[in-house]
Design a protein around this ligand. Sequence first.
Ligand code: P61
Length: 476
Amino acid sequence: MRFPAEPFRIKVVEPLRRVTREEREQRIAEAGLNIFSVPADTIYVDLLTDSGTSAMSDNQWAGLMLGDESYAGSKNFYTFVETVRDIFGYPHVIPTHQGRMAENLLFTTLLKKGDVVPNNIHFDTTRANVEAQQAVALDLVVDEGLDPTADLPFKGNLDPEKLDRALAEHGPERIPVVMLTVTNNSGGGQPVSIANVKAVRKVCDRYGVPLFFDACRFAENSWFVKQREPGYQDREVIDIAREMFSYGDGCTMSAKKDGLVNIGGFLAMKNAEWAERITNLLILVEGFPTYGGLAGRDLEAIARGLREVLNEDYLAFRVGQVAHLGDLLVQAGVPIVKPVGGHAVYIDAKRMLPHIPQSQFPGQSLVVALYREYGIRAVEVGSLMFGHKDPKTGADVFPQLELVRLAIPRRVYTTEHMRYVADSVIQLFNEREKLRGLRLSYEAPVLRHFTARLEEIGRADVARSTPGRVEHSATR
Ligand code: P61
């Protein structure tokens, strides 16, 4: 249960507003039981995402003051490029305002209608950007990557045999690029081993197809390799990252994760001709090539963040803190996806709330209760996010997994916050039969989870009837 204590001390604090349960009750009702519509300043611990929510260091804030806001040739751009080349090893570096723009530029440049892009599992923005080109996004993660109970070290791996079959079936001329997402966010933040990267590279080489990384959480992935893959225990994390990227031809990156910044991203690659075409497009939609939709100061903060994120004391704390939250829940019997990933703990709502059928959104019911009772924001990754009607039969189709993600922002919350979250989830787990199903009262035709409105079926008050409920002074 022990993990390294915070390898930083706190110099600036962001006060959290005290909100009563009555106010939260009102807010979530006004929001139509949709956590995306709740004002953030009514939340005590916000675990909606680890993206763009990091606390920057004093070194990064100092870097902001050195921002060179020249339209062209900002000195921060050169520092940024030098840093990316040093870690990722790709010569052509193109800044973007965030990860999905890097994806958009890459796929707009490479894909044509009917092409196929294999990936371990496409993140939703990646899939959307592939499909926007009328191409097919193919998920080829190893089978155990879809089993929430399989406690294995590298569940993010892409199955090389599935990849081989896909390349043989579709032909390399229809597969302009293979992607590997490290860590595999949509599969629970699970890592990819270096052995797997090499195996995937081998298949790509056999067909002459380039390999790109979706590198958002590359440092966390490299840390897992050091911890779990034989032969890497004595290697520095930065060297592991360098080795991993050496097997690829380029990457897309959202710096909002392992860049430790609140905005930013980039593309980096070996192919000069692609880089030129992408840069021409960049000028059209983002900005001049030496800022790409960011301010000079943002580039400086990313350059400094990319160095800091590879600090091994930081990584031991970071990944340890997430694992600690998972351990506390497992000890109390709360069903979660195992092993715990790098950036988030995923509660298995199907197993936690078997009395609520998937048609009544058990994951969202838990999300609503976590906010209403304890001021915690989590996000449903289940029937509300992915459920839909079959276009032919009109029948409801539900995803295999019904999860609630607790994503931990980097360097933001203390271990005491994690204990508060664990106590709260455990309390709800102990009272789980009181949670009720939900039904939709409004849904948009696409990406319904962002704007849906719901109502509770046969509302029962979980909290007020129960003595000994966990309280926290900050939420009263
Ligand atoms: C997240 F609900 N992730 O996990 P951008 N690749 C990968 C990501 O995890 C990722 C992006 C690309 C988010 C933010 C998020 O509908 C949603 O800088 C592996 O956000 O454009 C982002 O990077 C995209 C959450 C994004 C969502 C879209 O929370």
